[in-house]
Design a binder for this molecule. Sequence first.
Ligand code: NAP
Length: 260
Amino acid sequence: MSELLAGKTALVLGVANRWSIAYAISSAFVREGASLILTYQGERQRATVEELGGELKASKVLNCDVTKPEEVESLVASLREAPGKIDAVVHSIAFANRDDLSRPFLETSRDGFLLALEVSAYSLVTVARAVAPLMSNGGSVTTLTYLGSTRVVQNYNVMGVAKAALEASVRYLASDLGPRNIRVNAISAGPIKTASARGIKDFSKVLDSVASLAPLRRNTDPSEVADAAVFLASDLGRGVTGNVVFVDAGFQIVGIGLSE
Ligand code: NAP
């Protein structure tokens, strides 16, 4: 079978380590023939992401904290220089204070609320606006979300509110960018053990609960999320925009489930 992303250049934001969902997506993109550009957030992550970028034969590994306009600007300047054109963007970024993921949502501080919304939702708007001019042949922007946006998931708290804003942003961005043939979608992934997920209190209990109740009776593998991201970035996804695609072993359809 021919490679689904041959000739396409993809920018992936949010690889922190090998367990990152963005790493699984990057690997699948490379398998499908894409040329890859990765970003990292600050010096602390630089060496790790450069090493992973080397393994994935990324053409560039660039610094970008999405909350710093000057870093987004210099990212775009570097992309404009080379490769000059971007076909796909993956936004796999989120952050909330650990405190806000353990105490009741009612206790969320103003600063904690604004921080979670800025990093996890507004950053998609920033990135889409910055990169759209480089998508001269159209393109695809994909972000990562979670069921806590529409349902109450214990301890997900302010991150659920941020994901609700993120999903609404996907729809408004899809509407704005559709006339330029730029598609914007989210993948709602089932829970996966990553560095970010470890910040959520009792995360292993969430994994156990999902595995016992999901129609497929198991958790989500990062490679399944990655293959959905390939579909959305490829020409196979050309008619899909403004969507939230669930890759969660079917857990989102469960109403009341009784564990076996
Ligand atoms: P992860 O490996 O920790 O990835 C999160 C990434 O966000 C890290 O690379 C982190 O960089 C980056 N980031 C945070 N603040 C940033 C900033 N200001 N600028 C640039 N990058 C920043 O965890 P993950 O689980 O793969 O998360 C990726 C996405 O998937 C997130 O949107 C998450 O909400 C979503 N998601 C995860 C799950 C799950 O169960 N794991 C389920 C559904 C959706 P640093 O490490 O340098 O801070």
